[in-house]
Design a protein around this ligand. Structure first.
Ligand SMILES: [Zn+2]
Length: 406
C-alpha cells in the first residue's frame, strides 16, 4: 500500500490571485541503469553542494566576501573540467543544488535557522531536483527526465497545470519517488456558509484519536496499534545486535521498513477521515497545535500521535480550501475539558483520569471528550459572532441568526 498518490498542498499563493502550488508524489520504478543514474545524480548534487558550501566559507574567511548563487553557477564549468564524471548528470540539477544552498543561507540570515551543513551520503533521504525539461506521460505511466530517459512511474492521479520543479528522492529502504510541483490556476471554490448545524467540533486525545461534538468517537485503527507493538519488538532486537555487524544492518532495515509501513497506514487512515469530515460539514473547529510542546515528547506512541494530529490538521486545512469549507481554530488556553457546555460552570477539580463528570452548576452529566468537542465548536463559533446565547433550561447553545462567512 502506498499513499504517495494523494496530492499535498505545499503552499497557497496569497500574493498572486488564486495560484496554488500543489505537489504530486509518485513511486518510480527505474531499470537497473536508470537506478545507477539516480545514484550518480544524488552523488553529484551532494558533491556540488558541499563544494559550493566550502567556496562560500573560504571566500568569507579569506576576504570577507559573499559568493552569490550567480557567482557559484559561473564556477561550475571549471569544476566539471576537473571532475569529468559531473558531466554525466543533468547540468540543471547541479545548478539547482546551488540554488538550494543559497536558500539555506537566506534562511540562516533571515530566520536565524542553523548554519548550512555539509551533506552526507548517510542521510536517510537522498534527492536531486529537475527544474525543467521533463515530461509526464499519463497514458503510458512514465516520466521522462533529462539524461535518464523514460522511467516507469505509477501515475495514479492525473493533474492539470504548469510543471514546476520536480524532485527525485530515495528512501532509506531504497524506494524511489518523484514529487512534481504543479502550478494550478483554477479558482478556489467560494466558501460555503456555515452555522451551528453545519459545524463540527473536534477534540483529539490519547485514548481515542478524536471525539466529535456530535458524540462520535474515532479510534486509532487496531492494525496501527499492532504495528506499533511490532516496531517496539524490532527496535529492541536492533539494540541487542553488535555494532558494525551484518545482523545489525539487517535489523536496522527491518526497523526502517516498519516505520515506513506505519507512516503509510497512518496517512491512509488520516486521508479517509479528513475527506469524510470535510465533505460532511461546512465548517470544522479544532484546537490550535502546541508545536513546542510536541517536540519535547519522546514517548513513542505519544510522539506518533502528535505527528498524526499535525498531519490531520494540515490535511483539513488544504481540503477545506479545496472544497470551499472553513477550518476554525481556537486557542489552546481555552479550558475546553473543564467547562460545562450547558451552563458554563468550570469544574476545577477535574482530573486527567476522569472520563465522565457531573456539573455541580446544572447537574448535566458529561463525557469528558464529547464535552470538550462541543466547547471547541462553541468557542469557535462565538469567535465568528454566530453564537452568544445560552439556552435556558440547559438544552445547549442556540445559534443567533444564521451564518455568514466572507
Ligand atoms: Zn453545567
Amino acid at each position: 500500500m502506498n499513499c504517495a498518490r494523494i496530492p499535498k498542498v505545499l503552499r497557497v499563493g496569497k500574493t498572486n490571485n488564486n495560484i496554488m502550488l500543489v505537489a504530486y508524489k509518485y513511486r518510480l520504478y527505474p531499470e537497473e541503469e536508470q537506478r545507477e543514474m539516480f545514484l550518480k545524480h544524488f552523488g553529484a548534487c551532494r558533491f556540488v553542494y558541499n563544494w559550493s558550501l566550502e567556496q562560500k566559507i573560504n571566500a568569507y574567511e579569506t576576504d570577507k566576501t559573499s559568493l552569490s548563487c550567480y557567482d557559484l553557477n559561473k564556477l561550475l564549468p571549471n569544476l566539471k573540467k576537473e571532475n569529468e564524471w559531473l558531466k554525466e548528470v543533468n547540468a540543471q540539477s547541479l545548478q539547482q543544488t546551488q540554488k538550494h544552498l543559497d536558500s539555506a543561507f537566506t534562511r540562516f540570515f533571515r530566520e536565524k535557522k542553523g548554519f548550512p551543513k555539509f551533506k552526507s551520503r548517510k542521510n536517510p533521504v537522498q534527492s536531486f531536483s529537475v527544474p525543467q525539461n521533463y515530461k509526464v506521460d499519463f497514458d503510458n505511466n512514465r516520466v521522462r527526465l533529462p539524461k535518464i530517459g523514460w522511467i516507469k512511474t505509477k501515475l495514479s492521479k492525473t493533474f492539470e497545470g504548469i510543471l514546476k520543479t520536480a524532485t527525485v528522492s530515495m528512501t532509506v529502504t531504497g524506494k524511489f519517488f518523484i514529487s512534481i510541483l504543479v502550478e494550478d490556476e483554477r479558482d478556489n471554490p467560494r466558501k460555503e456558509p456555515f452555522g451551528h448545524d453545519t459545524t463540527i467540533g473536534i477534540d483529539v486525545g490519547v485514548k481515542h484519536f478524536a471525539t466529535l461534538s456530535d458524540g462520535t468517537k474515532i479510534d486509532n485503527p487496531t492494525f496501527l496499534k499492532n504495528n506499533l507493538q511490532r516496531l517496539k519488538v524490532l527496535q529492541r532486537r536492533l539494540s541487542r545486535k553488535q555494532k558494525g555487524s551484518k545482523n545489525r544492518d539487517k535489523a536496522r532495515k527491518k526497523v526502517a521498513l516498519q516505520h515506513e509501513k506505519i507512516a503509510n497506514q497512518r496517512k491512509d487512515f488520516l486521508h479517509k477521515l479528513t475527506t469524510k469530515l470535510v465533505r460532511e460539514n461546512q465548517a470544522i473547529a479544532v484546537e490550535t497545535l502546541n508545536v513546542s510542546g510536541m517536540m519535547k515528547n519522546h514517548h513513542l506512541a505519544q510522539a506518533i500521535g502528535d505527528v498524526s494530529w499535525y498531519e490531520f490538521t494540515r490535511q483539513l486545512e488544504y481540503k477545506c480550501e479545496w472544497y470551499g469549507k472553513t477550518l476554525l481554530h481556537i486557542g489552546r488556553f481555552e479550558p475546553s475539558s473543564k467547562i460545562c457546555n450547558v451552563c458554563g460552570s468550570i469544574n476545577h477539580n477535574l482530573k486527567l483520569s476522569d472520563r465522565e463528570w457531573a456539573c455541580t452548576g446544572c447537574g448535566a452529566l458529561h463525557d469528558r471528550d464529547v464535552n470538550a468537542a462541543i466547547n471547541i465548536k462553541k468557542f469557535a463559533l462565538q469567535d465568528q459572532n454566530l453564537i452568544g446565547v445560552v439556552a435556558p433550561g440547559g438544552t445547549g447553545v442556540v445559534p443567533v441568526g444564521d451564518v455568514i462567512n466572507g
